[in-house]
Design a protein around this ligand. Sequence first.
Ligand code: HEC
Ligand SMILES: [Cu+2]
Length: 350
Amino acid sequence: MKGWMGKSKVFFLISAMALLMAGCGRENLTALDPKGYGADRAMDLILLTTFIMIGVFIIVMAIYVITLVRFRKKKGQEDYIPEQVEGNHKLEVIWTVIPIILVLVIAVPTVLGTFDLADDSNADEHVNIEVTGNQYWWHFNYAGEEVVTSQDLYIPTGERVYLNMLSSDVTHSFWIPSISGKMDVNPENVNTMYIEAHEEGVYWGKCAELCGPSHSLMDFKVIAVSPEEYEQWVADMQSVDPEEVPEDSVAQEGQELFEANNCMNCHAIGSSPAAIGPNLTNFGDRSTIAGILEPTKEHLVEWLTDPESVKPGNKMTDQYPALSEDEAESIAEYLLQLQPSEITPESAGN
Ligand code: HEC
Ligand SMILES: [Cu+2]
């Protein structure tokens, strides 16, 4: 009875885990549905190793079952003792050589793929973006373009985009499962990787290295658009005038409050390299607020009045005078109007 209970518990646990993990897959947040070059290579290796493992499993199981059936103790032969074998040269060579061959079959494409994905010899001919990981947000500086943004990384489809990555604090890891593998983002050295998206779309990114209390909320998106749309987006970003005064009076008031409440100590609008907080040039076009909230006015007011409840341990909490609901609403009105481009996560589709 006890044994049966134990087994049923294990069975229950495994089913519960399977159910839970089935819920983990999110469209455009899975390495099993590759939409980019690095993810393709990883998928090839996943399939290769899985097929080899399944093959080994089937063969071993077949030998096991055959042995069990054929060499059972038979009626009338209760006293029979089979030949006692001590060491068999031929067998030992076979079961040493086969695994070595299998490991080589896996190792060769793995090593080639690793070198291929680390190749940055042609980086100069492609789009280069400086990526900075921060507790708990991402900063993107488009080298040579005077374009700076955060959280939503715009890239052209069908081309390599080189990312030169550094952290401003602790080690993070940059991971867009559908597009490419992970890369550590360290405070002491620049790591370079390239990504290439095949199709237009919005791809989810995650920080994959435990970096503090809001590590799991350190999400970002890659917005892959056609090369023409990408050029247009860059031009739109370059033409932003950070001083521009909004037309409606609530947003105007919001802009004044933004200037009066220390916000600009940390947040730039325009291509300023200052980056204690996310650059807000195209904040109104963002797919999310702070990487995780739906981009609505209510959520923005929530973020501005109580960021701690949204992202524990974030670096904005208590760094500015407390805002009333009205003040936060005016600022929200202003920030959500910062929409320099028609090229947005929505236009790139989901
Ligand atoms: C001490 C620096 C600092 C000050 C002052 C500050 N912020 Fe922030 N802000 C941050 C940081 C850091 C983040 C990123 C938090 C995170 O996601 O972990 C942030 C995030 C944001 C975001 C979300 C950005 C995005 O890309 O989703 C908005 C909007 C914002 N702040 C608005 C404001 C406003 C408005 C004020 C002034 C009332 C302000 N901030 C004051 C540092 C600051
Ligand atoms: Cu992180």
